[in-house]
Design a protein around this ligand. Structure first.
Ligand code: DGY
Length: 326
């Protein structure tokens, strides 16, 4: 029997490609760049399965183009690039890659938090410039972390991991959650679920882990920054559009908040004008899941999801499992 055709929209770690190659006739985008919409649609046209990235828009136009499609596997835990309702209407299973990147992403959020609090990047730049005059009592004075208040926006897997990692720093933990109470956080850390405004007003550090939805787009806007402490540090390792980036630049410039550590941007790969020039911002190129084990784990999980879809089995992390019951 002929193997199903699978198209992979950008090279991913071998762990996933090897798995797929056993089960499918594989075509991998040879260029290390995101595809245009036209290229995506053209390459998906004859595929039985597609493994794609957060930069691929998986919507009605994609499903129209991919006429043979039996399943789509996202190489990301976030799935705001997929119109899941449309996939479900068409009976096409779609999946994401949760769990395998939880710790890596939470660890990076802590890295950003410390980098901003202790001005690590500014200090590094002075050393490299050869302009450090030697130790001085007033140089690069930053913020304490231990004993401060940490606000977690979105207490799913990654937000929960981020909160747990605060244990070593004896922090008071506040959180918001759009769904239910996080009993684990409340019992283990004495964390308190609070309204968003209270979290803004009381937190010294705020870390964003909520998914991008119509409700969370621009959740952090000029009004939100006005409610935060002037010393507060905002960290975002989730999705860029949760922050109104132009408003963030204004808040950082005017001293309305103390600093920001960003791994994600509203219009990736671009940044809002003025952001790159701000010394109180630490800016990373969307590397939250970029550890060997996480990226290999994502590749394997995405591959296992797609193989299951092609074989009519239930994928391990399907976003719309109901389509398989019909
Ligand atoms: C995700 O998985 O959603 C990240 O943004 C990339 O790993």
């Amino acid at each position: 029997m002929a193997k199903p055709k699978v198209y992979v929209t950008r090279r991913i770690p071998e762990a996933g490609l090897d798995l797929l190659a056993h089960h499918a006739e594989l075509v991998v985008n040879p260029e290390d760049r995101p595809l245009s919409r036209d290229e995506l649609h053209r390459n998906a046209a004859t595929a039985d399965g597609v493994l794609g990235l957060l930069t691929d828009r998986i919507d009605a136009a994609f499903f129209d183009a991919a006429r043979n499609l039996k399943g789509y596997a996202n190489y990301a835990v976030g799935f705001d690039n997929i119109d899941v309702a449309e996939a479900t209407r068409r009976g096409i299973p779609v999946s994401n890659t949760p769990d395998v990147l939880t710790l890596a992403t939470a660890e990076l959020a802590w890295g950003l938090l410390f980098a901003v609090a202790r001005r690590v990047v500014e200090s590094d730049a002075v050393m490299r410039s050869g302009r450090w005059p030697g130790w001085g009592p007033l140089q690069f004075i930053g913020a304490d972390v231990t004993g401060k208040t940490l606000g977690i926006v979105g207490s799913g897997r990654i937000g929960t991991a981020m909160a747990r990692m605060s244990r070593g720093f004896d922090m008071k933990v506040l959180y918001t959650s759009s769904s239910r109470r996080n009993d684990a956080l409340e019992q283990e850390l004495g964390a308190r679920r609070v309204p968003f405004d209270e979290l803004l007003a009381e937190s010294d550090f705020i870390s964003i882990h909520a998914p991008l939805t119509p409700n969370t787009r621009h959740l952090f806007n000029a009004q939100a920054f006005a409610r935060m402490k002037p010393t507060a540090v905002l960290v975002n390792t989730g999705r860029g559009p949760v922050i109104d980036e132009a408003a963030l630049v204004a808040a950082l410039t005017d001293g309305q908040i103390g600093g920001a550590g960003l791994d994600v941007y509203e219009f990736e790969p671009k940044m809002a004008e003025g952001l790159a020039a701000l010394p109180n911002a630490v800016l990373l190129p969307h590397i939250g899941s970029a550890t060997r084990s996480s990226r290999d784990g994502m590749a394997e999980l995405a591959a296992r999801n797609l193989i299951a879809m092609l074989e009519g089995d239930t994928p391990p992390t399907c976003l719309n499992p109901d389509v398989l019951k019909k």
